[in-house]
Design a protein around this ligand. Structure first.
Ligand code: GDP
Ligand code: ZN
Length: 305
């Protein structure tokens, strides 16, 4: 029997089969992944093969090859990783221009992480009702940077349920991962999209978890027959990647096509002579804010703000 993993609690997995039944399942001991050494062999989003047991539980005996996955490195065992979610079609970052203000530095860090995992990105600008008196604010400070790069942007108010239709349409038939700083309205939005869920809004338990090495697991919710939303508790884990300095420009899609034109093939696009990236910044082809944020990632500055 085939199914998709909706939830993981470490040793038990909720697997939804093709007829939409959810079956509590465990992994058979000898199950191994060829491509990755991981502390958790099965993750949310995995397509698996189940054997039914007499007590109604399932045994996961096979995992289909993954389209992509997001991982976090385990702190103690450097070669081991924890897979947070797999087979993701879209990474949605929920941001707020105000209350709280999400910086473009953070957005660019998120985009670079998603690009490194080969996951397309969409940006949702929430709480637009708070900006009714400043109609150009989001355009000037955000949309003019990200729309020309081809990242879909949705300006919505979850509170007033305004302009949410295009987003609802866009996430159809996809597995979408939802992330965002605490307070941006991610839970409210997921509740709006999946009305039967009732996630806790503004719960203090989340701040309570901050900074602790609690193992948090992503959970997948059915949006409709073929669409799912993954709620990621740990945005820090998603974004906190140890990039090699030389690979960062590969995840800035406007820089990638230029880097072969730099004079030095190990160019970091900072102080080097004849750098095609710097020339593109000077001529206005690359947005100065993107370049500034690139340098900030290069210098490993604190991005979690
Ligand atoms: P989360 O931490 O990202 O999951 O955010 P919550 O969903 O808990 O929402 C945080 C706060 O923002 C709550 O008080 C919500 O009522 C509020 N909020 C969510 N969406 C909107 C919106 O579109 N406009 C306004 N003004 N407030 C919102
Ligand atoms: Zn360069």
């Amino acid at each position: 029997m085939k199914g998709i993993v909706l939830k993981s609690t470490g040793s038990w997995f909720e697997v939804m089969t093709d007829d939409k039944t959810v079956i509590s399942s465990r992994v058979r001991g000898q199950l191994r992944l060829r491509d990755i050494v991981s502390t958790n062999p099965v993750a949310v989003g995995d397509h698996v093969t189940l054997l039914m047991q007499e007590d109604g539980t399932g045994t996961i005996v096979e995992i289909d090859p993954r389209k992509n996955y997001i991982i976090r490195k385990s702190i103690k065992l450097s070669k081991q990783t924890q897979i947070l979610a797999t087979n993701i079609d879209l990474a949605v970052l929920v941001v707020t221009p105000i209350v709280p203000k999400t910086s473009t530095g953070f957005i660019d860090r998120f985009i670079a992480a998603a690009e490194s995992f080969h996951i397309p990105v969409a940006l949702v600008f929430n709480k637009m009702d708070l900006l009714a008196d400043s109609p150009d604010y989001v355009k000037d400070n955000y949309l003019d940077i990200y729309e020309p790069l081809g990242y879909p942007c949705f300006c919505i108010s979850t509170l007033k349920n305004e302009n949410t239709e295009p987003l609802k349409e866009f996430i159809k038939d996809k597995i979408s991962l939802f992330s965002g700083h605490s307070g941006v309205g991610k839970s409210s939005l997921i509740n709006l999209l999946c009305p039967n869920l009732n996630l806790k809004v503004g719960s203090i338990s989340k701040t309570h978890l901050k900074g602790k090495h609690t193992t948090t697991f992503a959970e997948m919710h059915a949006y409709d027959e073929n669409s799912f939303l993954i709620d990621t508790p740990g945005i820090r884990e998603f974004v906190n990647i140890d990039f090699n300095q030389s690979e960062i420009s590969h995840y800035f899609k406007e820089m990638l096509p230029l880097i072969n034109n730099c004079q030095f093939n190990n160019c970091l696009h900072e102080n080097e002579k004849n750098c095609a990236v710097k020339e593109a910044v000077e001529s206005g082809k690359i947005h100065p804010m993107r370049y500034y944020n690139y340098l900030s990632i290069l210098h490993n500055e604190d991005f979690f703000k």
